[in-house]
Design a protein around this ligand. Structure first.
Ligand code: SF4
Ligand code: SF4
Ligand code: FES
Length: 265
């Protein structure tokens, strides 16, 4: 089996695996926002930049194929500086309303902000404001200010739900997500977008403002909505079920479950 070196550790990989995939298979998580193991690679967030010896520039680990003998650094000074810069860029216009954000406690942006930010902004101008409550469909609410334009939700609808409903409009710091004209985000799997949104931009309308995630307990379960039996987690606070989320099982439901199973069981 071919091998490469990541931060001094020998990583075996199969031909065609990217650096981020091979690292994940080895239990190493390279920071990322837009990459998701079950979606196509969009390579837009740049959070996964790593240094590869003999390559002139940093490369993104989510789209760079692993190759025999490659020496990769994900913790070098150059890499950390790049990651800090990416985070600073993301936070220029981000509202950082974590105290009222449902994603707080399970937010990639919040976690990485602790690890890769200075704790203060050099940006002194008014932040760019966008709509904070846009119902995209019966179950999903969109907060445009929190969106980091990773496109995971768009790719999920296109590739997994097979129902293209979402797209970007505008450019630069005005870019935002909308449904196509005449469309709603109402495919039978729409709530999975709230799970894979790495920030609190897409939230479950049923669960919004119901609880802080750290106040709930999660119990492994199986959905009884149909014979597929999707693996799930039931989130409870004070003996009250507040939300149901999918639990990864490649043999049964991968990372997903349907809205019926979450809402009606
Ligand atoms: S999306 Fe994350 S970083 Fe942004 S307000 Fe919500 S918890 Fe905070
Ligand atoms: S809404 Fe969430 S998943 Fe969709 S592009 Fe924005 S940050 Fe990414
Ligand atoms: S995770 Fe690689 S560019 Fe976003």
């Amino acid at each position: 089996m071919p091998k490469f070196i990541l931060d001094g550790i020998e990583i075996k990989f199969t031909q065609g695996q990217t650096i981020i995939e091979a690292a994940k298979a080895h239990g190493i998580d390279i920071p990322h926002f837009c990459w998701h193991p079950s979606l196509s690679v969009s390579g837009n967030c740049r959070m996964c930049l790593v240094e590869v010896e003999k390559m002139p520039k940093l490369v993104i680990a989510c789209s760079t194929l692993a190759s025999e003998g490659m020496v990769v650094h994900s913790q070098s000074q150059k890499t950390i500086e790049a990651r800090n810069a990416v985070m600073e860029f993301f936070l220029i216009n981000h509202p950082l309303d974590c105290p009222i954000c449902d994603e707080a406690g399970e937010c990639k942006l919040q976690d990485y902000a602790y690890q890769h930010s200075k704790g203060e902004s050099r940006f002194i101008d008014e932040k760019n404001h966008k709509d904070k409550r846009v119902p995209l469909g019966p179950f999903v609410m969109f907060d445009a200010e929190r969106c980091i334009s990773c496109s995971r939700c768009i790719r999920f609808c296109d590739e997994i739900a097979k129902d293209p409903e979402l797209t970007f409009i505008k450019r630069g710091d005005r870019v935002t997500i909308v449904t196509y004209p005449g469309e709603e985000l109402d495919n039978p799997y729409s709530l999975n977008t709230t799970d894979i949104c790495p920030v609190g931009a897409l939230t479950n309308r049923d669960f919004r403002f119901q609880a802080r995630v750290w106040d709930m307990s999660a119990t492994k379960s199986i959905c009884f909505g149909c014979s597929r039996g999707c693996n799930s987690e039931i989130w409870v606070r004070n003996n009250e079920v507040l939300r149901i989320t999918p639990r990864y099982n490649e043999e049964v439901n991968s990372y997903w479950m349907c809205d019926y199973g979450r809402v009606n069981t």
